[in-house]
Design a protein around this ligand. Structure first.
Ligand SMILES: [Ca+2]
Ligand SMILES: [Ca+2]
Length: 379
């Protein structure tokens, strides 16, 4: 009897351990796939010219705010401006700023959604409390002080705030985290975050970011521009320049038996804070030969690095971590299977030209042949 009870518990413990391992495997597996879902809660994002990001299980509601920043009708004394690169759905002229929002106010499908990950960024506040882990604040713009000449307007769904002859917009900010630690968000379509604490963008895994900005030349007469709580970087200044980080996905899949790839913007400098990948898959009986025509990265493996894996993802063997003072071999890199996975990440400062490379599928035998006769070019 004692023996049987012992036996039973041993088996139960064994199954519990097995179950726990399966749960762990499931959780680890889903760390990356959770990036397909927008986080839970009510909030908003700046709307880009390409529209709202792809949504899953909810619909973005849209709206816009038209800010009249000019103190007169007949005389231009305001001089708003914006960055040359500008993908926000809106319009910035010397006398007005108009911009659009994508608001998530539907929480019916929030079960199982991730929370907003730790980092340093802000989003717009919806009508409910800030999503879990984010703290609120607001920005006040003194628009045209002459109420007779003030043409402020707003329509649709916009962030929590006040939209009268002045503008007050509430934000929710994630203030705990490190900008260089990449966070997971859906990157299948472009989206915006507002940077917190500095103009540097939060790094997002599988995305390349660029900083855009709007200079709000608000009222010159009894200006009361101000901000409270947690708000986007620099937005608390009088006539603020507010920064907007524009993210585009940079996961590339290459399925042909030969092809080329290059770092973002090559041969112009690659952007800071990007985290991109390339997955090469060739015919199952073949192997991959990857050769670099150009390679110029910052030196040091803690700065900008290209990782090359011998398989379809990061669970495969690392063939090399290449940077400015450790460049890939001239003869190129070989896979031992039909797929290869590359990750290129850059830190927050200093960028170089980057790299461009081409690959070819090789018959396995020709690789062995190549090893014995390295001077023969295999194509
Ligand atoms: Ca006006
Ligand atoms: Ca760098």
């Amino acid at each position: 009897m004692i023996r049987l009870v012992f036996f039973f518990f041993t088996y139960r413990d064994y199954y519990m351990m097995l179950l726990q391992s399966l749960v762990l495997v499931y959780v680890l597996y889903n760390v990356d796939s959770s990036a397909d879902r927008w986080p839970s809660g009510e909030y908003g994002l700046p709307k880009s010219k390409s529209g709202c990001p792809l949504a899953d299980g909810f619909q973005w509601q849209t709206g816009w705010r038209y800010q009249d920043t000019n103190d007169h009708d007949d005389q231009v004394i305001s001089n708003n401006s914006r960055s040359k690169e500008f993908h926000i759905d809106g319009n910035v002229t010397k006398i007005i700023v108009n911009r659009s929002f994508c608001m998530k106010d539907d929480t019916n499908d929030d079960k199982g959604r991730p929370m907003w990950p730790q980092g340093k960024y802000c989003i717009y506040k919806g009508m409910a409390a800030c999503p879990y882990g984010l703290t609120k604040g607001n920005v006040f713009w003194s628009d045209d002080e002459m109420s007779d000449w003030n043409k402020n307007d707003a329509q649709g769904r916009y962030p929590d705030g006040q939209y009268w002859t002045f503008t007050l917009i509430r934000f929710c900010c994630q203030t705990k985290g490190i900008k260089n630690h990449p966070i997971l968000l859906p990157t299948k379509s472009p989206f915006y975050l507002l940077p917190f604490e500095s103009a540097q963008c939060q790094m997002v895994k599988w995305a390349v970011s660029s900083v855009e900005w709007i200079y709000y030349r608000t009222s010159g007469w009894e200006n009361q521009d101000r901000a409270q709580g947690d708000y986007p970087y620099n937005a608390g200044k009088r006539h603020p320049t507010i920064y907007y980080c524009y993210y585009r996905g940079c996961n590339k899949t290459l399925n042909a038996d030969s092809g080329t790839l290059h770092s973002p913007n090559h041969p112009r400098g690659y952007p800071n804070g990007q985290y991109c990948s390339w997955r090469i898959t060739v015919n199952g009986t073949k192997r991959i030969h990857l050769k670099f025509a150009a390679f110029s990265l910052q030196s040091g493996n803690n700065t900008d690095v290209l990782y090359v894996y011998d398989g379809k993802d990061t669970s495969a063997k690392l063939l090399g971590a290449f940077h400015g003072s450790h460049i890939p071999p001239n003869e190129g890199i070989y896979s031992s299977s039909y797929s290869m996975f590359l990750i290129f990440k850059s830190d927050e400062t200093v960028s170089y030209e980057g790299f461009c490379a081409s690959y070819h599928a090789l018959d396995y035998l020709s690789k062995i042949f190549f090893l014995f006769a390295p001077n023969i070019q295999v194509t």
